[in-house]
Structures are given as C-alpha cells and as structure tokens.
Design a binder for this molecule. Structure first.
Ligand code: SF4
Length: 455
C-alpha cells in the first residue's frame, strides 16, 4: 500500500459526506482507495491538482511495464514487497533468449525453433521462456532489420531490441515491431537527448543502461519529465557480486524508501557476464532470486532451462495459497469404461505425483481430483476438506459415473477411515477400495487392480 487511508482522507473534501462516490463517508472512500478497491475518479469533487497528486501517491512503487502483446504479453514490475514471505511477488521475470545478427542462419533458425518448442507441462501449468532478445552486433543494418522481421513474422513473442552503436537502426527495428511493444535498449546518458523525440514518435518500453545505479537516476527523471514512463533499468552490473548489490539497492530504494526515480523493473544480462553456460545459468538463477524482471541468456537447452523455469515458478507463486489444480476428473492415457478410478485432493503436487505414477504404470485411468483448497490428502482430511461426505458428493457430480461401467473407487490408503462414510454418501452403489498409502505404491498396485476390473 503506497499511502495509508488516513493520509488520503486529509486530501478529500470531507466537508460533506455526500456519498456520490458510493461510500457512506469520505473516510470509507479513502480506506477503499488505499487498498486499491476503488479509483480516484469516483469522487467528483476533487480538484485536478489533488487528483494528480493522489494518482501519483497511489501508483505502485515499482512501475508496471508490458513487453509483447496479446497472450504473449510479459508484464513486469508492480511489485510491493522486498521479500516474498511479506505478501507475494507479483510478476515473474521474462526469460529471454539472445539472438545475435552475427549468428548464421541455421543457428538463428535453431534458436527460434528452440524457444517455441521448449515447453514443460509442470503441476498444471506450462513452463516456457517468453522473450527473444535481438542483438545488433554485425554492423550491417539490413542484416539486423532482416532478423527483426524474421522473428516478428515467425513468432508471437515479445522482443528486446539491442543496439549499442547505432540508434537509427535501433528505432528502425522498433518501427518494424512496434505493435508487439518491444523493449528498446540501451538508452544511456550519452544518447538520451537524441533518443527522447524518437521514443515519443512511437512509444514502446525503453531499457536504460548506466555504469552504476546512481547514473540511472537522472535518466529516469529526465524521461519521466518527458512523459516516458515505461522504463526498465540496467545498472551495468559486471559480475555476480555487483548484480546482487545493484538489484538489492534498487529494490530497497523503490520499496523501502519510496524513491520514485528507481521505481522501475530491472533487466539482467547473464549472457554478457558469464564465462560459460553453467556460470550463466547460476548468474541467471541469482537474478531470479534477486528481483530482476527480465533475464537474458545467450543460449539454453532443456536441461539448463527447466531448473530456471521451475525456480521462477516456485518463487513467483503466491505463498498465501497452495498451488492447486481444477476440481474434475482427469484422463491419464486413454481410459475406457473398465479403467480404474482413483480419487485424490487438488494440491498441485499431489495431482502431479499421482498422475505421473499412474502414467508410469501405462494403465489408462481416471484420476478424480477433489477441491480441498490446495491441501494434500491427509492434511485435507484433518481439515475436514476430504471427508467421506464431501468426496461422495464430488464423485456423484463430477460425471465419472457416466464414464465407467464398474463401481469401484480407489481411495488413498492414508484416508482409509473415510471408507464407511464414503460408501454411505455414494448410497452403497460404489465399492470403496483402499489403495496404497503413498504414490510410490501405485506402480505395484494399479496393474493388478486394473486386471481384476477387466475380468
Ligand atoms: Fe467524500 Fe467525495 Fe465520496 Fe462525497 S464523493 S463522500 S466528497 S469522497
């Protein structure tokens, strides 16, 4: 919360609780405004000056920036806390693959194919890298613009456009893909005056580069004064130590001190900092922990990318809510009317382990996942969210009775005690089978059970 309701109320008309904002008093409106539950324009009696002041005070301490468009838009920033356990981190960093225009055609094709194909289904979500960074390195303007066109035509991904030497080419590249909202990088103290009119011609996010955090401050101030606010910061960290120092400084200045000139998301370049692939991944991993909002890698493969994506997922899930999957029955393989039916809770990890264990047996089956507010089976049972009654109600309504001819339901061994209650809840039409206590037991249990069902 950037400003408290008790501070906002001092800026409101107050003299007449007219309720035109939909709240009984100015104080109620102020409290709601502070928590993000309403908007400044709902009070029609604010002066333009007060409105502007309130909008500024209520803006998130780290600006929201969007790179890319449509389903592939990568939103970064808008963060409110330094440490995840204080509330949650909001927007996970964009993972970007660097393509230099110096690379040969085959390598470029390979990288484009790679970013499209390296996707990992993981506990109900799809993990993938989501940005391409295009680097003007060859000195050949046409070659770089051709690369930008090629990537624009063959992918829907957001882009980071990088040109250190040639600003005209950088903005020409921006014009090719402006509707994709690319990040234009770098704007520096040397080129900022020349860049401002070009940025304003066709506004998209811009990446600022400084040789230190301090060098960024006049740059962000100048751009903000020019009305350019979709900014991403690069403090020019040259090694891991500097990266940790700079990221920490920027995050704390923005969130603890409310220092607006550093209230923007950041970008990190492990691709330019590391000696080899392993070091690059370690630097990238540190950037995930240390709040970078875009992380650019020179290359990756499935073995190096997957741990990075899982780390990002783990850190950017909301710690206040367990990861959960939707309540319904899931098909594993191609089950038929004689296939086993298992029931479990909707903690994403439980579902992932059970469905993976079933898949490994190669026995097609139905896995019925009951909403237990994202808790594991035993915890859910202890909390009254996996009782015989509630599981029975779910089985009746989920549609599984139309999918199988048999009436044998496999329940986790750990909650065998719900058997009687579940049979009653299912009107004694189902036979309740006590399954293994752990998912590791499914492999030994399921094939024999499936054979019995067929017979
Ligand atoms: Fe107060 Fe404005 Fe709401 Fe009226 S509309 S009660 S003046 S906040």
């Amino acid at each position: 919360m950037p400003i408290a309701g008790s501070e906002i109320v001092k800026m409101l008309p107050g003299k007449r609780p007219c309720k035109d904002c939909g709240f009984p008093t100015c104080f109620a409106f102020a409290m709601k405004l502070a928590s993000g539950g309403t908007t400044v324009d709902k009070c029609p009696y604010l002066s333009e000056e007060t409105k502007a002041k309130l909008l500024d005070l209520l803006a998130p301490p780290i600006k929201l920036v969007t790179i890319g468009s449509g389903d592939n838009a990568v939103k970064i920033g808008n963060e409110e806390v330094i440490y995840r356990h204080e509330k949650t981190f909001v927007h996970s960093p964009g993972i970007s693959l660097l393509i230099s225009d110096k690379e040969d055609k085959a390598k470029i094709e390979e990288k484009i194919k790679k970013i499209k194909e390296l996707q990992f289904p993981w506990v109900g979500v799809n993990l993938e890298a989501n940005l391409l960074a295009l680097y003007f390195e060859s000195g050949d303007r046409n070659r770089f613009l051709d690369l930008v066109k090629k990537v624009y035509d063959s992918t829907d991904l957001g882009m980071v456009l990088i040109s250190w030497e040639d600003m005209d080419t950088l903005f020409a590249a921006r014009d090719i893909c402006a509707d994709r909202h690319p990040l234009v990088y770098p704007i520096t103290k040397e080129n900022i005056d020349e860049a401002i009119p070009k940025i304003k011609e066709n506004p998209t996010p811009v990446g600022l580069h400084g040789h230190s955090v301090e060098e960024l401050i006049p740059l962000t101030t100048k751009l903000k004064d020019a009305g350019i606010e979709e900014l991403v910061l690069d403090p020019g960290s040259k090694n891991l130590l500097e990266a940790i120092r700079d990221q920490t400084f920027i995050r704390k200045a923005a969130l603890k001190q409310g220092f607006k000139p550093l209230g923007y998301p950041t970008i990190g370049f492990p691709c330019f900092m590391a000696k080899d692939g392993l070091e690059e991944m370690l630097v990238g991993s540190t950037y995930i922990n240390k709040w970078a909002s875009i992380i650019v890698f020179s290359d990756f493969n499935q073995h190096s990318l997957l741990p990075i994506l899982v780390q990002r997922l783990n850190i950017y899930t909301d710690p206040r809510f367990p990861m959960a999957v939707e309540e319904k029955y899931y098909e594993v393989g191609e089950p038929n009317e004689f296939s086993p039916v298992l029931v479990t809770s909707n903690w994403a990890l439980t579902y992932f382990l059970v469905s993976s264990a079933v898949e490994a047996t190669k026995v097609p089956a139905y896995v019925c996942v009951k909403d237990a507010e994202g808790l594991g089976v035993l915890t859910a049972w202890a909390a009254g969210k996996f009782s015989g009654d509630s599981v029975g109600t779910f089985i009746k309504k989920c549609g599984i009775e139309d999918k199988v001819k048999h009436r044998k339901l496999l329940i986790p061994g750990k909650v065998s005690r719900i058997k009687g209650e579940l049979e009653d809840a299912l009107d004694l039409k189902w036979e309740i089978i006590i399954g293994p206590r752990e998912t590791t037991g499914i492999g030994a249990f399921l094939p024999g059970f499936a054979k019995q069902l067929k017979e």
